[in-house]
Design a protein around this ligand. Sequence first.
Ligand SMILES: [Zn+2]
Length: 241
Amino acid sequence: MIKQIIKIIFVFLSIFWLISCSLVPSNANIKRKQSMQTALESPELRLVSQSHPLPDGWTPDEIVEFEGNEINNAILTPLEDFVNAARKKGHTKIKVFSAYRSYERQVRVFNNRLESFVASGMTEEEARNKTSTMIAVPGTSEHQYGYAVDICISDIVDFYGELHEAFAATKEFNWLNKHAHKYGFVLRYGKDKTEITKIIYEPWHYRYVGKEHAKRMRKLNLCLEEYVEKLQSDLKTINAK
Ligand SMILES: [Zn+2]
């Protein structure tokens, strides 16, 4: 009789334990959820693109100088580490060609290119469409956001100061591309991601996302749009549990 009562209590407790486990989220899940939420709200992962424009008049909190360029202070140290590491490995020709750009400067850069296409015979609309695949529309640029830098070598820059895809064939690019994630940077507009980013392949444009995310994005071969979408969908799955 006592044995039977113990058995019943044991079965009852087991069922109770199983139910409570399924209802109360584990600590690991809570932590995972919190870290995903923090990541999605962090400035490092903020999407800035045609479909995610910056608010009017947006400027970084603190703009500092780095080798003749204006730069968002938030990425100064990682950029110094990245560039110095490349130079230590013998890639002394590399240079930051563009970092923070004000809205007004982006307007000038965009319009210059647009006008050159119009001058070559395109209609205003054709010129605008083509320009927007090469230069971010003002108010939608990661350069205005201040988390992007163009790193290249002078040999690649043409008479008009433009950077070219030929940079992808250099040893300097090879090193930067291979090691960027260790310093928190990702090559933002990859060759195989143009359909998603809507921007042409830019082997010189690096975006700062932080070391942890840069490493994961590289491992999973995801561009920022895909990575943010993955985090959002993972978070949804956890919330639904
Ligand atoms: Zn750029």
